[in-house]
Design a protein around this ligand. Structure first.
Ligand code: ADP
Length: 242
């Protein structure tokens, strides 16, 4: 394995430093390899369910064991949409994490964006505004991901924006089920879900928050989360102002 490449460091001076640098590189390499393996594993795992469903229905239909009536066809179509969504999300995430996402930032009036959000989602209350420097398509993706999550777990959702020094802070809060303190460090991990069985019905990919974090970072911003079980959750984004 990679770690066998380790060199035992006995001498000081240049050779010792060289050996240490070499060991650090070997460890970095091993870490990347294991992350890649974990990611491939996760992706296979996520693809298996929808593909299995589609396959068994099609096999059943071919063998004339089942009839693909309207309802079953819609369910199958839905599974293909889940797959499509998953592949699109994975591509966005891979690009963003590799720093290859091409952003087209422009000055955006957040107040206007939030009004549009409120018009699209009646249970969302918005307030405040500010000018941000962001890619409008990606900004909408960030806000939509956070708001749809908040609506899924809560009944009242608030989105507030305010200028803070040279940044703009946007927070999306809900009065929903909350996230356990022990789970908070994992919420931005790809494919992490508090309830693994939930995703099937909602069509979530478990990539939403990983994408939010990658997109916010690509803009030079940051995202944090606060939550309390049974009380609600608040995501706070900071983006460069304009
Ligand atoms: P998905 O919604 O597709 O499962 P996300 O990355 O968007 O994937 O979210 C990951 C998980 O974080 C969710 O499955 C859920 O358990 C938790 N989560 C996200 N947003 C909230 C929220 N507003 N309130 C409670 N839990 C949340």
């Amino acid at each position: 394995g990679e770690l066998d490449a380790r060199v035992e460091v006995r001498s000081g001076g240049e050779i010792g430093r060289l050996a240490q640098a070499f060991n650090a590189m070997a460890e970095h390499r091993a870490r990347i390899d294991s992350q890649r393996r974990a990611m491939t594993n996760d992706i296979s795992h996520e693809l298996r369910n929808p593909i299995g469903t589609i396959r068994s229905w099609l096999e059943g239909a071919k063998d004339r064991v089942v009839q693909l009536d309207e309802g079953r066809l819609s369910a199958l179509l839905n599974e293909t949409l889940v797959l499509q969504h998953l592949v699109d999300d994975l591509q966005d995430l891979a690009k963003a994490e590799a720093g290859e996402l091409r952003l087209h930032p422009e000055p955006i009036d957040l107040g206007e964006q939030l009004e549009q959000l409120a018009a699209a989602y009646p249970r969302v209350r918005v307030e405040g505004g500010g000018q941000v420097h962001a890619d409008p398509v990606r900004l909408r993706q960030i806000l939509t991901n956070l708001v749809t999550n908040a609506l899924r777990y809560g009944t009242v959702v608030r989105v507030r924006a305010a200028r803070v020094a040279e940044h703009v802070r946007i927070d999306v809060s809900d009065n929903g089920i909350g996230i356990a303190e022990a789970d908070l460090p994992h919420v931005f991990d790809r494919f992490w879900r508090a309830d693994r069985s939930r995703t099937r019905e909602t069509g979530g990919t478990g990539l939403g928050l990983a994408i939010v974090q990658a997109l916010v970072k690509a803009h030079g911003g940051s995202v944090t989360v606060d939550s309390e079980i049974g009380r609600g959750t608040r995501f706070t984004i900071t983006l460069p102002g304009h």
